[in-house]
Ligand binder design. Sequence first.
Ligand SMILES: [Zn+2]
Length: 422
Amino acid sequence: MEGLVRPHGGKDLKSLLLEGEAREDEIEKAKRLRKIPLTSRETGDLVMLGIGGFTPLDGFMGRDDWKGVCDYLQMPSSDGLFWPIPITLSAAKSLADSIGPGEEVALWDAETNTLMATMTVAEKFTIDKRHECNEVFRTTDLAHPGVKMVMEQAEVNLAGPVRVVSESYFPEQFKGLYQRPAEARAMFAERGWNTVAALQLRNPMHNSHAYLAWIAIEVCDGVYIHQLVGKLKPGDIPADVRARAIDALIAKYFRKERTAMAGYPLEMRYAGPREALLHAVFRQNYGCSHLIVGRDHAGVGDYYGPFDAQRIFQEIPRNALELRPLCMDWTFYCYECGSMASMKTCPHESKAIIDENGRYQSGARLLLSGTLLRKLMSEGKPVPPEFSKPEVIAVLKEYYDRLEHRVEVQLHGAATGAPTGK
Ligand SMILES: [Zn+2]
């Protein structure tokens, strides 16, 4: 292949972000417009619309597209263009009722009180939320964080084209990490890459992820380690810590001319297979020809089979996307193989036993639980180097030490009635 893959839909990237004078004028105009509050998910979606990550969408979806995407993964308004998850905006009924047809409104991020965009309201409609959840998440269980998000949306959806004036806190808070699709494409082109595999990350990068990245480099010109900087579940490791750990890993164990790392602003929906397809759509917009799809991609709990996200790429039409999935099995270090391996390559079925001091005892496949990993780190005991490089562990350990120190300080403060410094 010569040159990078085309953006989704086959035309140019569609950036809806205003700049310079046009942006200033829009901000001025927005002062006179009715305010619509956005949830953090809607803000993340809006930033993606702004920077062209959701090319070729020009705003939040109307009812026909919402239904087409839920039922057939297609947008009737765009000649049946492939799209896997509804991108919608909701507002309280009383607020929606006060908006006239064709009225312009201002979209504000509720958490940070930031003006994000203006929108011409082309359509107001209500949806069957349970239908969306059944189609997109394959469940209506409120314990599923994505389902909860949809069920808690306000009553009325507002649709229409947007003009984006802010990328929220992402460019500043994630300076050097946050990247727009056009910037990624320019970087790939400058490096002479034609084929690029995206590695989706929302956790620290241990050896099993590194192994996927090395395999991707073998079959593509380079790997794009693309981590989520949008919101996660409580208890997950923050993006800046993950980035430092990945930097430490790349610096020592990867060829720099074959490796790039960046962050994207989207919030997790945990929609498993459907979300893997959304990850594919926006990675194609970022210029990636391949997406690594491992075990339980974008899943949560036991809602999806471990390889449902790989299977769904076989079920969509071949021409739905230019990007191709790089499907990989569950990877780990195997003491019998004496190397990194996967369920597809390694014939040794026993699980390696690690004692409470982090030392290898017996067995083959090293599958450390997050709980044991955290316990070893917090007690200052060695994490097997076969599981994670010492440079990565050092960064994570520093983070946990600080966190525990802070918890102790807060507990102490609460116990004595002194201010907690929060
Ligand atoms: Zn083995």
